[in-house]
Design a protein around this ligand. Sequence first.
Ligand code: ADP
Length: 299
Amino acid sequence: MTRSLGGSELAATIRHDASVAAAALTEMGIQPKLAVVLATADESTAWYVRSIAGAAKRTGILCDVVDLGPDATTEQIHSTLVDLGHDPDVHGVILQTPLPKGTDLDILREAITPDKDIDGANPVSLGRLIAHLPAFAPATAQAVLALLDFHDVDLPGKTATVVGRSTVVGIPAAHLLVQRDATVTVCHRHTADLIAGVRSADIVVVAAGIPGLITAEHIADGAIVIDVGTTATDDGELLGDVDAASVAGRAGALTPVPGGVGPVTTALLLNHTVDAATTQSARRRAEKTMKLVGLPGND
Ligand code: ADP
């Protein structure tokens, strides 16, 4: 029997905690606010952003979707991100991909203020995460670990294989697993023998964006499989990277798509926004106090 590792219950718990913290901050006059910068006509991306905005509102978090349109330039997106970085009422910033062809994602990621980088997109956040310094982890990578914890999957000493080495999912997920004492292999498009790389793992995390890439032949008996893939079909169906019918009965557990990693990721983005608001308001209070007593502040 393959256990289904659903994410809805965990997501609801995270959202509940975030809403309690958001209400407490709002009571103090600081309502957490998230800004999502969007520059695409892609309908499935627009749907995803609407779902984040709706969840934010239900959690007591303000959410501005800054839609720059599919023709936005690097300069326009860059200046929007810089302005949001300076806006004291905005605590969290997401730069939603895909971006228009020809825009420079590397430059834009660096324009997200690390304090507000609630999806860990700025390379500074990834560097700090790997160096065990406080930083927001990319929400999807953190959702993988949160799901494993929620479903009581033991990590120390286990072998884990991550399929995919993107800086937003595969690499941070691999680092989080290492930090939790798993022994980690990373496979990618140049891996010569994907079956051998995955077949030895107790825990498999798949983030390649290729529907059905992983089948029963890749999976060890009883392995725990986390499917991060969400490829949208033309009819709006979401497809995972794991062929669920194929691995059923072989894997010990598998996350569903949709309903697995996705809802936990969205909930963590809200949780990070509330954390960011807490940190920023505490820092502003400290800076005010410094000014009152005549000590130099940070600004
Ligand atoms: P995401 O951000 O969702 O992880 P990307 O498109 O940025 O998606 O990255 C896809 C990752 O999947 C890359 O690291 C790539 O090397 C990996 N990948 C693509 N094809 C294969 C394959 N056939 N076998 C293993 N890994 C693959």
